[in-house]
Design a protein around this ligand. Structure first.
Ligand code: NAD
Length: 359
């Protein structure tokens, strides 16, 4: 049966990079490798401009009715003066909450062709392949109570709450263990169990849940050490699983090990396997409309979508191989350009991936 994809191009470079991802989906569809129907809707600043709401009810309904959502990026200076509740980013948060997307998968994979793009020595990062599994709907970003008050003394007092139910820890650990079973079977759970009681419980639940996965080699690391190890010897990691805030920080660090945020996809999944797929970068207003953005992170997000939500792992493998082939051919967008390579624009890069897929 045909699977439904909701396409949300968003703002800035969003429409440009999503157009290239759609070319790839169309090419796979034309040869019968996948069976999908695509519908488009508005989110972010584009939606605000259209109807005054960064997440119109119709967009959320369409997202709920789809098997997967493909998102470009949202945001831009134009909408920064708006109240928080109307900002483009609220559209993203609303989609995450509305779809119950509790598991954020952020791979940090370095194509060997781009080893020189990293700020780290190429022997430290070449062959890097880490999957960071970040809890996305709990922890300190959502915990109550939260706020800023003025004390009787006149001093301001700000507070947030780090809290997790054990069921929330168990389900994110299961996602990490399931993914590790398809990779190197090693999981490092990152916490701050020496200081924070809630993450001491996190560690206990990680261990208890691992009893169902006898083949998984589970290790634990404090977050301060994990951040150090990520830049010291990142290849020691296979899958990392951690809280919302620790994952937010560590995944950005891991992303930069690879040199360009224009290359990295992400997935956010709910309990039913429904997911939202997007590049990790933002809407890059500084280069929007110039046809120079790197579409590969979005194209690789399509590969994740096919693998994790649409049960089309073979097509996903082919997209990843096509991207590798295009890099072998020496084609580079400006963000990953290096000496001796041929610089291409967004559309030419997308066309090259499609040609490599067909070859
Ligand atoms: P950004 O990721 O948009 O850009 C950072 C830098 O990377 C810029 O120099 C940009 O030109 C470059 N870059 C990003 N993607 C690129 C690509 N595909 N190809 C080539 N170069 C690329 O981050 P920012 O500038 O901090 O944020 C810009 C806007 O994006 C803000 O409004 C922010 O809120 C929003 N944002 C959205 C998301 C999202 O939609 N998920 C994520 C992060 C930021």
């Amino acid at each position: 049966m045909s699977k439904k994809i909701l396409v949300l191009a968003g703002d800035g470079i969003g429409p440009e990079i999503v157009a290239e991802a759609i070319k790839v989906l169309d090419a796979l569809q034309a040869e019968g490798a996948i069976d999908v129907t695509m519908e488009e809707a508005l989110v972010g600043g584009a939606a605000y401009d259209d109807c005054g709401d960064p997440l119109p009810a119709a967009t959320l309904e369409a997202a709920k009715a789809s098997d997967a959502v493909l998102l470009g990026a949202v945001g831009g200076p134009k909408w920064e003066p708006l109240h928080f509740s109307k900002r483009p980013e609220r559209g993203l948060l609303g989609l995450r909450a509305g779809l119950g997307l509790f598991a954020n998968l952020r791979p940090a994979f370095l194509y060997p062709q781009l080893a020189d793009a990293s700020t780290l020595k190429s022997e430290v990062v070449s062959g890097l392949d880490i999957m960071i599994v970040r809890e996305l709907t709990g922890g300190i970003y959502f915990g109550e109570p939260r706020g800023v008050e003025t004390l009787e003394s006149g001093e301001r007092y700000g507070y947030n709450t780090l809290c997790y139910k054990e069921s929330e820890v168990e389900r994110i650990c299961r996602v990490a263990y399931d993914i590790a079973m398809k990779r190197g079977k090693r999981v490092c759970s990152v916490d701050k169990a020496n200081v924070l009681e809630v993450t001491e419980m996190w560690r206990e639940v990680a261990i208890e849940t691992a009893a169902d996965y006898p083949e998984i080699e589970l290790s634990h690391m404090y977050v301060d050490n994990a951040s150090m190890q990520l830049v010291r010897a990142p290849k020691q990691f296979d899958v990392m699983v951690t809280t919302n805030m620790f994952g937010d920080i560590l995944s950005d660090c891991a992303a930069m090990l690879t040199g360009s945020i224009g290359m990295l996809p992400s997935a956010s999944l709910n309990a039913e396997g429904q997911g939202m797929y997007e590049p990790i970068h933002g809407s890059a207003p500084d280069i929007a409309g110039r046809g120079i953005a790197n579409p590969l992170a979005t194209i690789l997000s399509v590969a994740m979508m096919l693998r994790y939500s649409l049960d089309a792992g073979e097509a996903a493998d082919r997209i990843e191989a096509a991207v590798s082939k295009v890099l072998d051919q020496g084609l580079r967008t400006g963000d990953i350009m290096s000496e001796g390579m041929r610089q291409v624009g967004t559309a030419e890069m997308g066309d090259a991936v499609v040609a490599a897929l067909r070859a």
